[in-house]
Design a protein around this ligand. Structure first.
Ligand code: DWN
Ligand code: ZN
Length: 406
């Protein structure tokens, strides 16, 4: 029996993915012997409706000066963040005198660059010093720190309260979400907005995209869970917007209670979530069965490809790939390498299964029959980029929503 991270209700894992390494800890050969593992086990709290993993490694093991994920690795995402920033500016900031914007988890500055270019006061809170350094080169100011009560005090000593606090794909990384919510409430102006987007529980269940579950994603949120977490800190949802990014995300708009007109989207989406049973345990038992089937189907397919003497490699060494490779027990024997564009991953080995990571520039000449698309969420962008692969009879494999070759 464990305690819910949000409401302390008793919770239990509904399945286990087994021992998992740190999803983004790509390593050198000499580091294999000291590799860290933990049990990846998801759970659902039927009191506050929060999907969460039971154990999470110490955040300092995941976010540090050698963090390997850079937001700018996807051109589509850079455009997406520019549009996001533009929307926030137009809707909430453009009529304010000297607005202040804070981003939580500002990474390499792909989002805050918009405000920096407009000379708007801004601050990124980012625990990984290496990505914050890249942000600096784009004129983005960062405070290298986790967001918690201590950081909120530091911010208030130096800056005024924020008119907009935003975040993308990062709130689900924060284990002490109650302390976090309190910190946000402290640094948010009474008329300010807190807007963030994250992979969405409803989409994960619908698409069986279980690879969204890994160490960094301590939660996968729904509107029901966000409402229950933030209402304890005097905040409420006033709008919700579905996003296509990361295979289906939700953008949550929060304000201090009573400060904004509540958009119809809030009731509509909360109702849909109840129809989808995102407030009940049963849905996760079915999810578990779908995950187990996906594993069997993928292993069968990869074994068949090997038997036929065909060549398959991974495309994009995503964080998500760590869950698939380790849970499905896929090693170099079934997948000889993974192609990726990130310099800090290239020529290293994948966490846990130690599959070599090769520079994407060799992808075309590798003469592959199949490529397993670990970055299935960027399919449109990748399809455009890799037309040659298809014209040479290469085939993509995906596991979302089910194992498919196309
Ligand atoms: O929440 C998170 C999201 C936003 O980003 C983090 N916890 C970590 C990360 O997750 P991810 O690694 O699964 O993200 P992506 O954006 O699905 O994949 C990024 C990886 O894919 C990078 O290693 C670069 C690679 N990639 C590639 O090799 N070729 C990506 C694209 C678009 C490509 O064309
Ligand atoms: Zn709970």
């Amino acid at each position: 029996m464990h305690k819910c991270r949000v409401c302390s209700n008793n919770i239990e894992k509904f399945m286990s993915f087994g021992k998992m390494p740190i999803a983004n800890a790509f390593l050198k050969k000499e580091e294999f012997k000291d590799e860290y593992f933990f049990e990846l086990a998801p759970s659902f709290c039927n009191k506050c409706f929060t999907f969460q993993i039971i154990d999470q490694p110490d955040p300092n093991k995941m976010f540090h000066e050698n963090y390997t994920f850079f937001t700018r690795s996807s051109k589509f995402m850079v455009k997406h963040f520019n549009l996001f920033a533009n929307d926030i500016y137009d809707r909430f900031l453009k009529n304010l005198n000297q607005p202040m914007v804070i981003e939580i988890g500002s990474n390499d500055g792909a989002y805050l660059e918009f405000f920096s270019k407009k000379n708007i006061s801004h601050l990124g809170i980012e625990p990984s010093a290496n990505v914050a350094k890249v942000a600096k080169s784009y004129g983005v100011n960062s405070l290298v720190s986790f967001m918690n009560l201590e950081t909120s005090k530091k911010i208030l000593n130096k800056y005024r309260k924020a008119d907009a606090i935003t975040a993308a794909n990062v709130i689900c990384h924060i284990p002490n979400i109650n302390e976090f919510a309190e910190s946000i409430s402290n640094i948010l102006d009474d008329n300010g907005v807190f807007v963030f987007e994250e992979p969405y529980l409803g989409s994960m269940i619908e698409k069986n995209s279980y690879d969204q579950i890994y160490d960094e994603h301590v939660y996968i949120f729904s509107a029901l869970s966000i409402q229950s977490i933030f209402s304890n800190f005097g905040m409420e949802l006033f709008d919700l917007q579905h996003q296509s990014t990361h295979g289906g995300s939700m953008r949550y708009f929060l304000c201090k209670k009573g400060k904004k007109i509540i958009n119809k989207s809030v009731d509509n989406i909360l109702l849909k979530e109840k129809e989808q049973n995102l407030n009940k345990d049963d849905v996760f038992l079915k999810f578990k069965q779908n995950i187990e089937k996906s594993k069997i189907d993928l292993k069968n397919l990869l074994n068949q490809i090997k038997k036929n003497n065909k060549l398959v490699a991974g495309y994009a060494a995503t964080s998500k790939s760590t869950t698939i490779l380790n849970y499905c027990d896929i090693d170099e024997d079934l997948m000889p390498c993974i192609f990726d564009t990130t310099p800090t991953k290239i020529n290293k080995y994948s966490p846990g299964k130690h599959i070599p990571i090769k520079d994407h520039k060799y992808f075309q000449e590798a003469k592959l029959d199949y490529a397993f698309l670990f970055a299935w969420n960027h399919y449109e962008e990748i399809k455009k980029k890799e037309q040659k692969f298809i014209s040479k009879n290469g085939k993509w494999i995906t596991h979302v929503p089910e194992i498919k070759v196309y």
